[in-house]
Design a protein around this ligand. Structure first.
Ligand code: GLV
Ligand code: MN
Ligand code: MN
Length: 419
């Protein structure tokens, strides 16, 4: 029989164990000055995967690895036909990442499982903890690639054939680290929850404890290559140059002005730029750089995409260069399942936590799972709003509050059973 999750029999998480678990996991790929580097499918990320699988098995979960390397650890429910409640996120990081982005969502999932085990509680539905491949998109693009393939949004072969900037093939790396699985992963997902740090300043600034995430803004990544002609920096008159470095700089500057003209919701970042031959006294013959555009409005984002490509063409014409543009990622904004979003809010409030609705600026696996199942996210504050930075920090109390909300939501959806 299902039993009500009243405060008396509420599933109790162990906050100290959770904090320790995150700190211990942060040793894998630890950087000398704090933070971690676990770029997707590297040896260090493999070490993280191995540790995750070891922890899942230690908690009695049945582990499945799918063909794109997503890791699923499942605790069976009493009713094999009632589907699964999935808790997911990622353990890959950017190369200067913190301990919490993604890892929190996965390890909080394991804490929910540990709490159920401690309390000798069974559930009607299964519960699956998932770690998706290459969420960050820092090494291979697009971001959220593992969850995208899982929901059928990208053909497996295309994903396996994706190349990193250094020419490394994703599928080759996946096989090399031993995570090219053959399983399917659970299909009957009744609800998906992702606990994540906010990665922005709003919750902390407003002293709000739990962010109720209404949706995720649209994301558009472009790689722009400018082809110029290398020349001597001291002998070639300015008017006779075909300077790829200059053209790239002008495109970035004008894209930034275009962003400002669209308004405050529009974001634009050039996070990588490589010049060839990259020498002090040689005019660059090639510039390759990225532009990350984001906007909660799909129409505005589309406009930004069109404008960027026009700017690139205009600058090429003005500078006597040639440009080629390659889309790296393109995801429309999404809105999470209304019913689940409300349940996040009600659950947090019933626990006495302050809440606020907000939209996610970062991309998340939840936005992919939302294509095939009701999905929702819980945010906890990020100190100083800092993320994708080794100084990323969320207090143990905030971690515990977010995980407590997660535990109540999951146990409610999975249906706690009396022994
Ligand atoms: C993923 O972390 C992204 O939003 O870039
Ligand atoms: Mn993340
Ligand atoms: Mn991230």
């Amino acid at each position: 029989m299902p039993c009500n999750a009243s405060s008396a029999d509420r599933l109790m998480i162990d906050a100290a164990r959770l904090s320790q678990s995150i700190q211990d996991f942060g040793r894998i790929g630890a950087l000398p000055n704090g933070g971690v580097c676990r770029l997707a499918l590297t040896d260090t990320e493999k070490a993280g995967r191995d540790e995750l699988v070891r922890r899942m098995q230690g908690l009695g979960l049945t582990v499945h690895i799918d063909t794109i390397g997503n890791i699923f650890g499942t605790r069976a429910g009493q009713d094999a036909n009632a589907g699964t409640i999935m808790i997911g996120s990622h353990i890959d990081t950017v190369s200067t990442g913190g301990l919490y982005d993604g890892t929190l969502g996965v390890l909080a999932g394991l804490e929910v499982i540990a709490a159920l085990n401690d309390a000798h509680l069974e559930t009607r539905r299964a519960i699956t903890v998932a770690a998706f491949t290459n969420e960050e998109g820092a090494r291979f693009q697009p971001d959220m690639l593992g969850s995208l393939v899982f929901v059928g949004g990208m053909p497996l072969q295309d994903a396996l054939d994706t190349l990193a900037a250094d020419g490394t093939r994703l599928g080759t790396e996946l096989k090399r680290i031993g995570y090219a699985g053959s399983d399917d992963g659970p299909r009957n997902i009744v609800a998906y929850f992702e606990l994540h740090i906010e990665q922005g300043p709003v919750l902390e600034a407003e002293t709000v404890q739990i962010g109720v995430v209404s949706g995720v803004q649209g994301i558009s990544w472009h790689e722009i290559t400018v082809h110029g002609r290398s020349a001597h920096a001291g002998t070639t008159p300015m008017a006779l140059r075909s300077d790829a470095g200059l053209a790239a700089s002008l495109i970035v500057q004008r894209a930034y002005e275009m962003t400002q003209a669209i308004g405050s919701d529009q974001l634009m970042t050039t996070g990588t730029m490589r010049l060839t031959p990259d020498l002090v006294n040689v005019v660059a013959e090639k510039a390759v750089f990225t532009v990350d555009l984001r906007n909660p409005s799909g129409a505005a984002l589309k406009q930004a995409d069109v404008s960027l490509l026009q700017i690139a063409e205009d600058v090429a014409a003005e500078t006597g260069t040639r440009v080629t543009c390659r889309p790296l990622a393109r995801f429309d904004p999404i809105i999470f399942d209304q019913r689940l979003v409300e349940s996040v809010e009600k659950t947090a409030q019933s626990l006495g936590y302050s809440t606020r609705h907000l939209h996610s600026g970062a991309g998340h696996d939840a936005q992919m799972i939302a294509r095939i199942a009701p999905a929702a996210m819980i945010f906890v504050p990020s100190a100083g709003g800092i993320s994708h930075n080794i100084r990323e920090f969320t207090s143990p109390d905030d971690l515990a509050r977010g995980t407590t909300v997660l535990a109540q939501l999951v146990s409610g959806q999975a249906g706690l059973m009396k022994e």
